[in-house]
Design a protein around this ligand. Sequence first.
Ligand code: A3P
Length: 287
Amino acid sequence: MRSQLILVEGVPLSDIIAPHWQEIHNFQARPGDVLIATYPKSGTTWLQEMVEMIRHNGDLEKCQQAPIYERIPFIELLQCMPPDAETVNALPSPRYLKTHLPYQLVPSSFWDHNCKVIYLARNARDAATSYYHFDHIAKLHPEPGSWDQYLQRFMSGNVGWGSWYDHVKGFWEEKDKHDMLYLFYEDIKQDPASEIRKIIRFLGKDLPDATIEKIVHCTSFSQMKKNAMANYSTFPKEILDQSQQTFMRKGQVGDWKNLFTVRQNELFEEDYRKKMNQTTLKFKVSI
Ligand code: A3P
């Protein structure tokens, strides 16, 4: 069974999430909580695993005690599957949490308590490509249809969690008003150690170079792909059917070139310029 999208405050959300909007909106963040915020398919799980390795000072065993979605709960899913709200409430501080909500829908308690936020953005073409593949296996969203249809939906923001353009700009424009670190997938891919150092500093920690090297290694695509506590292989199959394709797909920058036709790329670029012309936010589309 496929879910449909329902507009919540103008943003399309899966109909397994939308009915719980009031509880999500009222989520009670606590001082010290750290929020990982991303548009879907931007490398959220990658960042989560890095943050976990940093939290545990590079101790992989400690990171393997539970699947990543239990170690860093997803606030939109607390009413749908474990860990539930009560479990998350009982977690000791500081809690590490994940959301895909756009800036304007983030529960205000995160801002009220001046929580640290790590935002990770990925270039639109690769995000759209990854999302298209993901929506084949993610039952919480409608069938993706053809790539051409999907690309139109992506460009108009008619996909789960809405417009990529509004999402990345929303956090970018507001980042200086909050305790927020804004990162890019492409930068982590290019120089993971340097981006991991930024996260370590942001979280107020200090780790030796050898630990940073270990974190780079353990969070590489090849290591995470075979790590059952990081690769979503334990996730409920009713929501994520990985029989045809796995969650850990390619993990590359520029895979969009295998999907976009020349014409689609031209139309995408024309539309992109219109939507992104007022912002200073710039992305790499290849490295
Ligand atoms: P692809 O579909 O392009 O392979 P999210 O966690 O936000 O859903 O993002 C998933 C995307 O991040 C997928 O992209 C996935 O393969 C990629 N990813 C996950 N772990 C990664 C890693 N260690 N290095 C690079 N990319 C990773």
